[in-house]
Design a protein around this ligand. Sequence first.
Ligand SMILES: C[S@@+](CC[C@H](N)C(=O)[O-])C[C@H]1O[C@@H](n2cnc3c(N)ncnc32)[C@H](O)[C@@H]1O
Length: 669
Amino acid sequence: MNTDLLLAQKFYEGGDDIAAQEKCLALLDNNETASEAYLLLSQISFEREDYDTSLRYLSEAEEKNLATLKHHYLAGLNHYACNDFPKAKSAFEAVLTIDPKHRDGLRNLGVISKKEGSTLEAVSHFCDALTLDSSDELIRRNLFDVLKAIRWEDVRVKELSEPIRRHVEASLNFPEFDMTRYIPVVATLVFSSDHILLANKVLGSSPIGEGVGSSYRSCIVDVCRDALLQELLRLNILPLPEIEVFLTGLRRVLLEISVNERDFLTHIPIQFCVSMAHQAYLTEYAYETRESELTLLKSMQDELSAKIKDGNPLKLLDRAALAISAAYISLDEWIDIVPDALNDGPLSSLFETQIHDKRVEARLLGEIEVHSPVTDKTSIKVRKQYEENPFPRWARIARPPSSTIGEILQMLFPYFQAPAKLFGTCSILIPGCGTGQQPIQEALRYPACQLTAIDLSARSLAFAMRRSDEYGISNLRLLHGDILNLGECDDQYDVISCTGVLHHMADPVAGWRALLSRLSPGGVMKIGVYSELARRHVAEVRQWIAQQNLTPTEETIRETRHLILNAPPEDAKRNVLSIVDFYSISGARDLLFHVQENTFSFPNISGAMDTLGLEFIGLQLSRPEIGETYKRMFPGDPNMTNFHNWHDFEKLYPDSFSSMYQFWCRRSE
Ligand SMILES: C[S@@+](CC[C@H](N)C(=O)[O-])C[C@H]1O[C@@H](n2cnc3c(N)ncnc32)[C@H](O)[C@@H]1O
């Protein structure tokens, strides 16, 4: 390479833009170096956000026939930065004309197509880009994000189902990728496949209790052989009403087959029966079970129990039947002698979750460290609920990249100057940690920090301890106690992160004050509480339930869910079907039967912060579109910290905080 050009690049890499620029300008007349010199000049202007100049250099290069793929690519970035999407698109298309396998060119075309509302085109570009580099995390997220916005009927027309399915299947092999965030999308993909649509029609017309007609056996078999469906059923709860109805029907058919025509089970992969059992277990057996099914189940359990007692190894079909039984009732509830079939082979994962994990938790119950007694009247009621139904019973979390609190705050709130200590080792308190999802995620995210988590429910803590061990966590201490008693201890914490808890206290501000008493000077707090507006549909259903004076047993929760699931389309109660918590017993109890629930509004929060002497840092939004809309509506509040504005905003978009208000604050200076 030309030595002057090399020098220009060295200046640029060393941060001396001016010298690099001077060198480049001197090289423009030399045919050998002009193309690279234009590129570097354009790059320097691009980084200064001087897009006009950057583009001018690129068009000069083009006029002189010196433009290469890199020039077109940089032109695309410039036009994109100027929000000129049509020109950006042409530039990236020019890149692809030169190199049809240019991954970033394809990705950027996908991003632009999405911006322009051409979601299917975006899907197609992201799929192509991911085919070129299946390990690219960003493209994977781009693809899954755009999948949320597509209409599945269109996907079928455009024949994109196959590549999407292929990439979704491959994504299961990337543990850092948080597939659980996209469960409804993936579930919709799987459940819009031809074989499932057909089976759905067939199941809908199935005369229950009259055996399985031969006409639709083959489509049931096709469904059970769907490998992605098998994986999905094990991954997490599938929170969609039509899927629950379908799986309830399919489970019924499997039970009938296993009792009346067991030989037919040879056509059904045992892995599918196991997957069904995992899904049912995740929901805590929330699906409707008819009397006729209970009768069949009982006869099957009696038969299997006798075989297990005899000590003969269970045959393959008996193992499948055992798995199907575990889709109705947890194995630990009726298996006294653990048969060999559960110790290895396809059923061993059922042994793990339905027997072994519960044994571990029972042992851990005796090892929980006590922080403080629980004496408050409301705390006692709330504790009882979470002892009976620990929540959330989460399945898995993706390992988050490690970071510091300071870095996270900087990313969320660029205008906020986080204290230096938050960029290093600091102490974090998680009050009301529940079953550990939140503290374990944070312990993984902040490996240099020491975390302490407290909860009222010993069973929730035992669940959290088991999961914490499974994730190999060593920087988390889990304690049993009431956060109302925090005021009586001396420990101080740099960060206090309390979500989904204060609204379950009789006096949330008293709870908040107790937390504040443990906040170290310069410390920050993250709070998450329910929004009254976003919970309006939940409030209606809660009121309907309260009028019936129901005791929240598993049975009543199951029946109430069934009524809501089968309510006519115009029934407002169906609004809660869009909430994930509806799809498990403990979730539905937390959502609809909670013993103590308060809700907040922006004026409430603002008032409480004034009372406590707190300063608002900012809202942690669940979707970036919320912030984008807010900024368009209130251009005078770029930091988005004005409570009055937010209150007006929420009145206009009442579902913005359906996953709670989550915000950061600190003591007023
Ligand atoms: C809905 S769960 C939320 C758990 C967790 N923060 C999360 O986001 O996954 C609420 C938890 O708060 C706990 N809780 C409620 N009041 C509490 C109190 N006064 N002291 C300690 N824990 C409390 C409950 O036991 C329950 O486990």
